[in-house]
Design a protein around this ligand. Sequence first.
Ligand code: SF4
Length: 342
Amino acid sequence: MKEDIRGLLPEELEERLVVMGEPAFRAKQVFQWLYKDIESFRDMRNIPKALICKLEDTFFISGLSLKAHQKSRIDSTEKFLFELRDGNQIESVLMGYKYGNTVCISSQAGCRMGCKFCASGLLGLSRNLTPGEILGQVTEVSRISGRKISNVVIMGTGEPLDNYQNISKFLRLIHEPKGMNMSMRSITISTCGLIDKLKCLAEDFPQVNVAISLHAPTDEKRSQIMPINKKFPVSQLIGECRRYVEKTGRRISFEYTLLKDFNDGNEDMQTLAKLLRGLNCHVNLIPLNQVDETGLLTSGRKRALECMEILSSKGINATVRRQLGADIDGACGQLRLKQSVE
Ligand code: SF4
């Protein structure tokens, strides 16, 4: 079976090429081409034809083929639906900000965490994405859009820390100086709170930004919408976040999706402020991107701003997330879900 060449670190590629009877310096040349705008091995201009043939027999460059591409008419958001070699489909979203372009990528095909407000969870987990498939989303989105990527958020389909080993390798690949050379500080991992893996992340990649999907301030409410809370309750999760901030010296973010008449009351905000008191953190309030299949209602932007005021008055740093690409199936998992039911 052919191997995904973009999933290999420089030393791994060198090992493979040496076994194929090639000099080690060829691996460096091939590796550098992988991060340029190429579609096939034949685009690698300084590589001898004989080696190109060997590469074609042993590897493939991209395991992703574009199935759908939507461009917003109201902002610069672009959404991509990719098909993997086994037929699974994943989504990536490109968003333009003042400071550069951010791509939001998926870490799994589907997700087994079952959060009630999320379109991705509705179809369950199909499988983990490989390091090459995770990285491939960044390189393909950049190649297809023609836009340079400055930041990556792993906030699309899947729970990244449920695929820790492959995410770790992806981080090493994207940080590789001979490749994309992206700073760890330009990468954000969003997690629903797998505490055991959060500990590993603080040890292995202390520079990476972390965003916790919190969405409710009490066990009673959080367990209703996020089954993971039964395993790792709120107090344990926040305790781990405090240790994380202490260990890494980094600020931590909390994602809080506002659901009408469920977690958007004044009392909810006061409980949230109390829970996070003294923690170096930022709360991202998200007006729900309504997904018909979940039956949940959005609180709306006006209520989100009121919630922000309450948190700010209690000394909690909070903002309301700007809705990008509102005209193009904005919520994660929506495009994929659409394709699977059509
Ligand atoms: S919100 Fe994240 S963790 Fe929860 S089901 Fe959706 S993709 Fe999975």
